[in-house]
Design a protein around this ligand. Structure first.
Ligand code: ATP
Ligand code: MG
Ligand code: FE
Length: 333
């Protein structure tokens, strides 16, 4: 079974062909990061226009590299939410046109479920049930994956997402967009114990909050500046990263203990963070569980994960009507 995946929810225009849900035949990603960098974040209107320019060449390239013709594709899977409405509409429109013109099923995919399914490409033996810690630019949640097509949301963030916190703190510290990789680089030279930043809601099961941490870092930087003291940026980055990772790890361990699940996967852009990967692997290893995370290129936005999620929906006959619309605030679970 060949699935063509299409992704355009934010600032990556992506297309991929995946065979039988687990074998990547092509993975084309046209990132707009350098375009949005000079604005310090994604500008929705510019993103939509760039998607329009890129979408057809990206799809053509994905088919060409996979050496698969459109006629040979079994279904077209596309992200229909959550994301920026103007950006999503570009992928959704392209997918609908391709599906209709070639008489193929259309499958609307939840972008966050896609992030979770990126793990199936890395661990060929992975199968539900397992826990998923979704840590992306816009979401932070613990999700129970009961089987290939059913999910139970255990809890999520009340305010900022983990990736959003990385991006905002990086911005205050004068680092470039996206902030996660920049903070991680800087943190490597710092002391994670240097500053004791707050860990919020540790007693509240499965709920996260990172806006207090964000304020604490901003206040710290402000106070040091007011006092005329030199700030050790590497220490700030390392201590901030430690605080986020600490909360994510503690909540994940608790979720595994409560549910008795023995496997947890990381999903979303923050999964690329090496410190999170190691700390989480160590902690869950300590309670007899194991961690799976996607390869770096599949942590952030891509269409392989959409094709993979689409494959399992295809197997389940979950097709979308041709009047499928973008749903910017599509929920998880
Ligand atoms: P969502 O998936 O919630 O719709 P998104 O698609 O914009 O949001 P992703 O592409 O999943 O987000 O991830 C991007 C986020 O991941 C950014 O916030 C970025 O800073 C963060 N990120 C990427 N690499 C790292 C890293 N090494 N450490 C920490 N954060 C990282
Ligand atoms: Mg992106
Ligand atoms: Fe994403």
């Amino acid at each position: 079974v060949y699935i063509l995946g299409i992704e355009s929810s934010c600032d990556e225009t992506a297309a991929a062909v995946v065979k039988n849900g687990r074998e990547v035949l092509s993975n084309i990603i046209s990132s707009q990061i350098v375009i949005h960098r000079k604005f310090g974040g994604v500008v929705p209107e510019i993103a939509s226009r760039k998607h329009i320019e890129n979408i057809l060449p990206v799809i053509d390239e994905a088919l060409r590299q996979a050496n698969v013709k459109l006629e040979e594709i079994d279904a077209v899977a596309v992200t229909y939410g959550p994301g920026l409405v103007g950006a999503l509409l570009v992928g959704v429109s392209a997918a609908k046109a391709l599906a209709w013109a070639n008489d193929k099923p259309l499958i609307g995919v939840n972008h966050l479920e896609g992030h979770v399914f990126a793990n199936f490409l890395n661990d060929k033996d992975l199968e539900p049930p397992f826990m998923a810690l979704v840590v992306s630019g816009g979401h932070t949640a613990l999700l129970k994956v009961t089987d290939y097509n059913s999910f139970e949301l255990l809890g999520q963030t009340r305010d900022d997402a983990a990736g959003e916190a990385f991006d905002k703190i990086a911005r205050v510290m004068g680092l470039q967009y996206p902030g996660g990789p920049e903070i991680e680089k800087l943190a490597a030279a710092g002391d994670p114990q240097a500053i004791d930043f707050p860990r919020a809601l540790l007693k509240e099961d499965y709920q996260f909050s990172f806006s207090g941490l964000k304020s604490a870092v901003i206040n710290y930087l402000h106070n040091e500046q007011q006092a005329g003291r030199e700030v050790n940026k590497a220490d700030v980055a390392a201590s901030f990263q430690e605080a986020i990772v600490d909360v994510l790890v503690q909540k994940s361990v608790h979720a595994l203990q409560e549910t008795g699940l023995k496997k947890i996967v990381l999903a979303g852009g923050v999964s690329a963070n090496k410190h999170l990967q190691t700390a989480l692997a160590d902690a869950v290893g300590g309670i007899g569980a194991s961690l799976v995370h996607p390869t770096p290129i599949l942590c952030t936005d891509n269409a392989v994960m959409i094709a993979c999620r689409g494959y399992f929906m295809y197997q389940n006959g979950e097709y979308s009507p041709l009047d499928l619309n973008a749903v910017p605030s599509l929920k998880l679970g």
